[in-house]
Design a protein around this ligand. Structure first.
Ligand code: GLC
Ligand code: MG
Length: 442
């Protein structure tokens, strides 16, 4: 058995509560949201309420190369499964699924399909990285592309080629084996899950905005979220195939996905302590992000309230190697932290406590932080070890600055302070240690 097949079985053979399958460009990623606040809000929701028992799948038209480019620029979580190139490449832990590739090879004659498309002068080949083993991609930019799409389809059919032609975002044209699409890749994954631990228990939700997402919505039994900014290719299809399982978001991109998760309210096993612990960590990081961006008032009381989460025995191991006890950490934090990422010294000065703070962080730039690849284990009753990648990335004037992302592995020991059934769940940090990561991707 190949290495790829072994890797696939591990993730597909587990029982999962829920599965989210999302397109990236203009769905999970709103390229107009310069600071990616909506995506960061999705990340926090996913990490706290779903990641413990659910699968996150990204299904994109991009090649793995262009996916990694995007992942280096925007705050994307690491997906459990990555489907690239319009469903023609399934990657688990970075390893392509050999079985899917072999299945797509059957009856696929790439060279002949290329030769037929080359006869149509309106089709302009996309960049080399987007020409894949089972995907041939063009740009088709004209006011009325439909006749060209129809001509290509009929010529491929007349030549006896088993292909499908997918038109997306009013400009991208892909020729794929007819066995492939984002939807067929999802059906393949679901079939594998069914034969092992079963389908996700409370459902599968697909999210998309353009033509290459249509087939995701057509997979039997799935819930669908069409984001508000969807193209007519998808919205026309949804118009014709509406059902209770299909939600038209009123918000763009990731804001729409969060809206759909609330709309369907996929059952969650109460507010378990797992969720509470994750919420405590994500909201602490969100507060820290705001503090560093000078976008919360510099309020000594608020700061000391935050520091109450530190157990008296707390110790902190900074990436530089400095070790601080609780008192040293609190002093250091208060003097070093506030406004340190707000883009300019003037922003921090403007965020004076007497003026209520805030600075000009929003206009000059923003330093985003998010947690990724979270895992935890219980060490003893009420004591947990959590490990996650703490990601820091600056954005200026709504754009990726080109500055390198800072990634650190954080190991945190947490002490549960209240029994979950007794009401408010609180955790105290006993230990936090941060190790810088050169190459954060698995
Ligand atoms: C992505 C791919 C491109 C494809 C398009 C639509 O943009 O990079 O090759 O044509 O999605 O599927
Ligand atoms: Mg898209």
């Amino acid at each position: 058995m190949s290495k790829a097949a072994t890797a696939d079985q591990a993730v597909l053979a587990k029982t999962h509560r829920f599965m989210l399958v999302s397109d990236l460009d203009w769905t999970m990623v709103d390229h107009n949201d310069g600071t990616h606040d909506k995506l960061l809000a999705f990340n926090r929701l996913w990490l706290s309420e779903f990641a413990a028992d659910s699968l996150l799948v990204f299904s994109t038209g991009r090649s793995p190369e262009l996916f990694h480019e995007l992942a280096g620029e925007v705050p994307l979580l690491t997906p459990d499964i990555l489907v690239c190139s319009v469903g023609t490449e399934i990657l688990i832990n970075g390893t392509p699924d050999g079985e899917w590739e072999a299945y797509l090879n059957q009856g696929w004659d790439r060279a002949r399909a290329c030769a037929i498309a080359a006869e149509l002068p309106d089709l302009v080949l996309q960049q080399d990285s987007e020409q894949r083993a089972h995907k041939i991609s063009y740009k088709l930019s004209m006011p009325d592309p439909e006749p060209v799409v129809a001509a290509l389809r009929s010529q491929l059919e007349a030549a006896g080629l088993d292909t499908s032609v997918i038109f997306s975002a009013g400009v991208d044209l892909d020729i794929l084996p007819s066995r492939a699409s984002k939807g067929k890749a999802l059906s393949f994954l679901l079939k594998q899950m069914e034969s092992k631990a079963g389908r996700p228990e409370v459902g599968v939700m697909v999210c998309g905005d353009s033509g290459n997402d249509i087939e995701l919505f057509a997979v039997p039994g799935v819930h669908g979220c069409m984001v508000a900014n969807a193209h007519s290719e998808l919205s026309n299809w949804c118009e014709a195939h509406g059902s209770d399982q299909l939600f038209r978001a009123t918000k763009d991109g990731p804001g729409g996905i969060v809206e759909a998760l609330h709309h369907f309210s996929f059952p969650n096993p109460a507010k378990s302590d797992t969720v509470q612990r994750r919420l405590a960590l994500t909201s602490n990081l969100a507060w820290y992000e705001d503090w560093c961006n000078a976008s919360v008032p510099k309020d000594a009381d608020a700061c000391s309230r935050q520091m109450q989460f530190l157990d008296p025995s707390f110790e902190y191991v900074h990436p530089s190697g400095t070790i601080m006890n609780r008192a040293a950490f609190v002093d250091w934090f208060a003097t070093q932290g506030y406004g340190c990422h707000s883009g300019s010294a003037a922003a921090a000065a403007a965020a004076d406590p007497t003026t209520g703070g805030g600075g000009d962080a929003a206009s000059s730039g923003r330093h985003c932080m998010w947690l990724d690849r979270y895992s935890e284990r219980q060490l003893a009753p009420g004591v947990w070890l959590a490990r996650y990648l703490e990601q820091h990335q600056p954005f200026a004037a709504g754009k990726h600055t080109g500055e390198k992302r800072v990634s650190r592995w954080a190991s945190v020991i947490l002490l549960q302070q209240t029994k979950p059934e007794a009401g408010a769940y609180r955790v105290a940090y006993i230990h936090e240690s941060l190790v810088p990561v050169e190459q954060a991707r698995a």
